[in-house]
Design a protein around this ligand. Structure first.
Ligand SMILES: NC(=O)c1ccc[n+]([C@@H]2O[C@H](COP(=O)([O-])OP(=O)(O)OC[C@H]3O[C@@H](n4cnc5c(N)ncnc54)[C@H](OP(=O)(O)O)[C@@H]3O)[C@@H](O)[C@H]2O)c1
Length: 343
């Protein structure tokens, strides 16, 4: 089959090579998925640079957000049929001994799909059948491929950890990012009021269309002042952050007494100066969020089926041009997500 591989880690996206690689072989408990589309996450950029796991073997095929159809199944797989449209779980344990671990995203060998085992920058991918979901969303595969990883993350960060409910005032960082746009939609589906940040004016309409009640232009406005005005001086009940160090201090100042801070990302950096006095005097709770469970993904997909959450596809690229797609994400112009198409 054709696939886009890396033979080494590199900061330079031109490291990708489009080439012939062996077809995946069918083995017990597994299916082969014919890839229709594969979404790209910022995670892929970190992985390409060697910032995630350095213990992988080369060549490697990355890619977590896979939609497609069942091309073949092992004889012991009875739950899926050939030709059936499917969504691949964006993460699962690499060791079958961990497949029943609860919660699954805490399993010792849980990794994002395409981190160690081969992922979706290819024509076909081999996946354990239990981590493949029949697709009955009615959404085109290239749009659907914007969802799995960020939808699961949003359900976990906003609903489970952030405890967002009707009336919650939530601050979402980088609202037009692939993850931000889904966190906004999950929060709105749960009945929250959402204020979000963007880095440029072109992104304002996009985050409003996703449901944001108010938008802060990060480069020009005072975040803390805007959040205080939005919450009548109380501060946000919940801050959900994917930006990291550059906004850590303003995030903490934007939180109300007893507020919850959920972090799942670090686009601006991962080291912060942490003021313990403000933390305990203000009864703050800090939570780290990494991916989510299959149940959270199913629940998120149900919101998609109900029309409460929609995909934001910015642009597609051929899988052979993964380098251009990665460069486009690095440009910071993306609104929503970028998706690769085979062929
Ligand atoms: N833990 C998890 O489970 C999980 C899941 C999903 C994502 N993540 C993480 O969340 C972060 C965002 O991921 P994503 O896929 O949503 O990213 P993305 O779609 O590439 O968007 C990132 C956005 O961050 C904003 N940004 C703010 N400061 C930045 C800076 N210094 N450099 C670059 N961008 C900056 C930019 O938007 P503006 O120009 O509008 O500011 C940029 O478009 C990443 O760190 C990713 O690894 C973690």
């Amino acid at each position: 089959m054709k696939a886009t591989t890396i033979h080494d880690f590199s900061k330079d996206p031109s490291i990708f090579k489009y080439e012939d690689v062996p077809d995946p072989e069918i083995k017990p408990d597994h299916v082969i998925v014919k890839v229709a589309a594969c979404g790209i996450n910022r995670y892929d950029l970190y992985h390409r640079m060697g910032g995630i796991r350095r213990d992988i073997t080369f060549p490697h095929v990355m890619g977590a957000d896979i939609t497609g159809s069942i091309a073949a199944r092992a004889s012991d797989v009875t739950t899926l049929s050939e030709g059936q449209p499917v969504i691949v779980a964006p993460g699962f344990p690499t060791d079958p001994a961990d497949w029943d671990y609860t919660p699954i995203n805490h399993a010792p060998t849980y990794t994002v799909t395409g981190t160690i085992l081969w992922g979706g920058y290819a024509e076909y991918v081999q996946i354990p059948a239990r981590f493949v979901i029949p697709d009955n969303t009615g959404i085109a595969p290239e749009k659907l491929a914007t969802l799995p990883l960020c939808l699961m993350t949003a359900m976990h960060a906003v609903k489970t950890l952030g405890q967002v409910h009707p009336g919650t005032h939530m601050l979402m960082q980088a609202g037009a990012s692939g993850s931000g746009i889904l966190c906004i939609q999950v929060a709105k589906a749960l009945g929250a009021k959402v204020i979000t940040t963007v880095g440029s004016e072109e992104k304002i309409e996009t985050v409003k269309s996703a449901g944001a009640d108010e938008v802060i232009l990060r480069t020009q406005e005072d975040q803390v002042g805007r959040v205080m005005k939005f919450t009548d001086g109380r501060g946000a009940d919940v801050v959900v952050d994917n930006v990291g160090s550059a906004v850590f201090e303003s995030n903490m100042k934007s939180l109300k007494k007893g507020g919850i801070f959920v972090n799942f990302g670090l686009v601006s950096g991962y080291k912060v100066d942490f003021d313990l006095r403000n933390f305990f005097f203000s009864h703050h709770t800090l939570k780290g969020s990494m991916m989510g469970t299959m149940e959270e993904l199913h629940e998120g997909l149900e919101l998609v089926r109900q029309g409460k959450i929609k995909p934001y596809l910015d642009k597609t690229f051929p899988i052979s041009d993964a380098a251009a797609a990665h460069e486009y994400i690095e440009s910071r112009k993306v609104q929503g997500s970028v998706v690769l198409l085979p062929g």
